[in-house]
Design a protein around this ligand. Structure first.
Ligand code: ZN
Length: 392
């Protein structure tokens, strides 16, 4: 399918260092972005679908780097179906599993944890709720895993791993397990902060430094934060620093500010850490960006970068940026109807939840005109031409 969004007021690149692209039209073909520029240069007549953004803003789809998927579009944690499709209506076009920890009766034996990761990974390769990309199958680190076990899951496509919910005796036991997982080529992630569920133990700032994962998950607390002084100690290490909606807002801002101080903002990531006891949050990515920007000096565009381009870079994904050759996962956002601000970015800095006017994943419009979950747009985002027998 060839799809164009035209009459765009502002195009956000997803790269916080250069947040704007000088363009009014984005064209995709076969799921990839093939043109970012001026409408006069785009062959709109050849497009199957043309969307008029009416001056609204286009950004890369948000990438939630911390979602506890299970199987299908169902979470046993809150017994809810359809939540992933609902997240898509909040502008999230990709989610990364933070471990399938909510599967009822989840096994801890080595054969069980490996099988669970492989099954989750392969199931979501064949299933995209509402068009969303789901990178699932995060191997839960358990004592006794050997290099051959990591190689076996890696050979079956699993590339994520999570420390923090295993039957280890102390956080120190993760030092060797994380090192082995890294050696096998997996992206290693670590629960950070106080206990999230009964039966687990806290992971302190000192533990994070010792274990040295690729990414400190919910560094602002999951949901209980580490000591403030560790943000300036972790930022220079090269570790990814993930701030989550279900964490601590104050320490999330501390983490982002520390990242800037140490030229480490490329490694600041935003996620939700949902579904959890904190709930299901279809607008969680947007709320985190908005809340952090509204009560601090942080730029909205920096935080959008932390929810798009930064995540793509750290996890090696081909979306997250509005650029030729990237996956065509795009959102059209706008100031909410009835608000006091006139653009999506100004509304966000003002602390207002914005409107999502359209979501496109893999070059296919999933809805155009209105989200199920946000306020209506100020501008009239609409399909102006379509040769596809489908309503959006
Ligand atoms: Zn989590």
């Amino acid at each position: 399918m060839r799809t164009a969004i035209t009459n765009i007021g502002a195009v956000l690149s997803g790269n916080w260092r250069e947040p704007f692209v000088d363009a009014d039209t984005v064209v995709s073909d076969g799921g990839l972005i093939v043109g970012v520029g001026a409408a006069v240069d785009a062959d709109l007549d050849s497009c199957d679908v043309v969307i008029d953004a009416d001056g609204a803003t286009v950004a890369p789809g948000l990438i939630d780097s911390h979602v506890h998927v299970a199987f299908g579009d169902f979470t046993p944690r809150q017994n809810t179906i359809g939540y992933l499709e609902s997240y898509l209506h909040g502008g999230t076009t990709t989610v990364l599993s933070a471990g399938e920890v909510h599967i009822p009766g989840r096994p801890h034996d080595l054969a069980g944890v490996k099988a669970l990761a492989v099954a989750a990974h392969k199931c979501y390769e064949n299933f995209r709720p509402g068009g969303m990309r789901v990178h699932a199958g995060s191997l839960l680190l358990e004592p006794g895993l050997e290099p051959s076990d990591f190689a076996a899951v890696r050979a079956n496509g699993v590339w994520l791993t999570k420390a923090g919910f295993g039957a280890v005796d102390s956080a120190k036991d993760y030092v060797e397990l994380v090192a082995m997982a890294k050696e096998a080529g997996l992206v290693t992630t670590l629960h950070t902060g106080g206990c999230s569920i009964p039966g687990t133990f806290p992971v302190t700032g000192e533990d994070v430094l010792d274990i040295n994962p690729d990414i400190s998950f919910h560094i602002n607390g999951g949901p209980v934060a580490i000591e403030d002084r560790y943000y300036d100690m972790i930022a220079p290490t090269g570790m990814g620093m993930q701030v989550c909606a279900a964490g601590n807002l104050r320490t999330g801002i501390l983490a982002a500010e520390a990242a800037h101080r140490h030229d480490a903002f490329d490694r600041l990531l935003i996620g939700t850490d949902t579904p959890t006891g904190s709930g299901i949050m279809p607008l969680g990515m947007l709320y985190t960006i908005i809340h952090m920007a509204a009560v601090s000096d942080l730029d909205v565009t920096d935080l959008i970068g932390a929810a798009t381009g930064n995540v793509a870079r750290m996890f090696g994904l081909n979306n997250g940026l509005v650029a030729v050759g990237r996956d065509a996962d795009l959102i059209v956002i706008d100031a909410p109807l009835g608000g006091t601000k006139h653009t999506a970015l100004d509304a966000m800095k003002n602390g207002d939840m914005i409107a999502v006017g359209a979501v496109i994943t893999d070059g296919v419009p999933r809805f155009v005109g209105r989200s199920c979950n946000t306020r209506p747009t100020t501008r009239q985002v609409r399909v102006t031409r379509s040769s596809v027998l489908q309503e959006f």
